[in-house]
Design a protein. Structure first.
Length: 307
């Protein structure tokens, strides 16, 4: 099957700065693909090149088997784009935002109206149809931006940090909507710096840092490859963590000291806790949890994803 996006050695420079440093990835039709990485990793820059609104400095890029350099309009007409910052027309009503956007794509008035009503339903905004967009909550604005991005029935929906800045409840509502799209077979490309979001939404992802791809795989594969099954989190008080970590060096293969806690990586967390206690150490709190993509990122870069 031809990939809907194929990037090889894709590069973007801003003067001296290499924002995207020769990355390779492919996205298959129907897949939910993610770029996970911290601020400044080059995620938005990559999205803008795929979205044919920014030209590449080097490498190869095909989107829907077309070159964005020469076929920008054809590509843009088949993409749905949710940019990092909402750019709704705040003076218009919710429904008019959809209609105006549909007209912009050249859709007939009747088709725009039908789709707008369907999409309002999908975005759970039917009751807000006549409200001025400025009066919506952050989560509602985000859902409206997603609805708007779907008005042209796109082949790929691109979402740049879909839930950044939203409260937990609003994030879950949004995830539920995106999950429904995924179930319907919509191809999703998502960027995020939230590991839980990547785990929720992505079939496959690349971990990016400083414009480079550090690893690629499904969330489960990445965790298997770069972490252990479980992680023990111990707190000894900020001044004693490093010293305690030294004394625990032999307990597991991998020990990480963070400012507020020590992480011990092992397949059997409880067994590790017992060994620590047997050493006579007394953590103020101890927690055994499953490994997450946060642990993968820490392993790959030596840093926490959210600093
Ligand atoms: N238009 C621009 N001009 C100059 N530098 C830019 C521009 N856009 C992004 N950058 C820089 O490129 C790097 C990657 O930015 P970005 O793609 O926005 O990262 P992310 O979306 O992962 O946070 C950053 O160092 C950023 O400051
Ligand atoms: Mg960004």
């Amino acid at each position: 099957m031809t990939p809907v996006i194929a990037a090889h050695g894709l590069t973007k420079r801003f003067g001296e700065l290499v924002a995207v440093d020769g990355i390779d990835f492919e996205v298959a039709p129907g897949e939910s693909f993610g770029l996970l990485g911290p601020n400044g990793a080059g995620k938005s820059t990559t999205m803008r090149m795929v979205g044919a609104v920014s030209t590449r400095s080097g490498g190869e890029l095909r989107v829907l088997d077309l070159d964005p350099e020469t076929h920008g309009p054809e590509i843009r007409s088949q993409l749905g784009v949710v940019p990092q910052e909402d750019n709704l027309d705040t003076e218009l009503t919710v429904r008019d935002n959809l209609l105006v956007y549909g007209r912009y794509f050249g859709l007939p008035r009747r088709v725009c109206a039908e789709r707008a009503d369907e999409l309002l339903e999908f975005a759970q905004l039917t009751e807000k149809a006549k409200v001025k967009t400025d009066d919506l909550s952050g989560g509602m604005k985000r859902r409206l931006t997603i609805a708007r991005a779907l008005i042209n029935d796109p082949r790929i929906l691109m979402l740049d940090e879909p839930t950044t800045g939203l409260d937990p409840q609003a994030r879950h509502v949004l995830w539920d909507r995106l999950f429904r799209l995924k179930e319907r077979g919509t191809t999703l490309v998502v960027t995020t710096h939230y590991m839980d979001e990547a785990e929720q939404l992505c079939d496959r992802l690349v971990v990016v840092d400083h414009g480079r791809i550090m690893a690629e795989g499904s969330p489960a594969e990445l965790i298997r490859r770069y972490s252990t099954r479980e992680v023990v989190e111990l707190r000894f008080g900020s001044s004693r963590n490093a010293e305690a970590a030294e004394r625990m060096a032999g307990v597991t293969e991998r020990v990480e000291v963070l400012p507020d806690r020590v992480l011990l990586y092992a397949d059997d967390g409880e067994a590790v806790v017992e060994k620590v206690l047997a050493l006579g150490l007394e953590p103020t709190t101890s927690l055994v949890r499953r490994s997450s993509l946060e642990d993968v990122f820490l392993r790959l870069t030596g840093r926490s994803l959210i600093e």
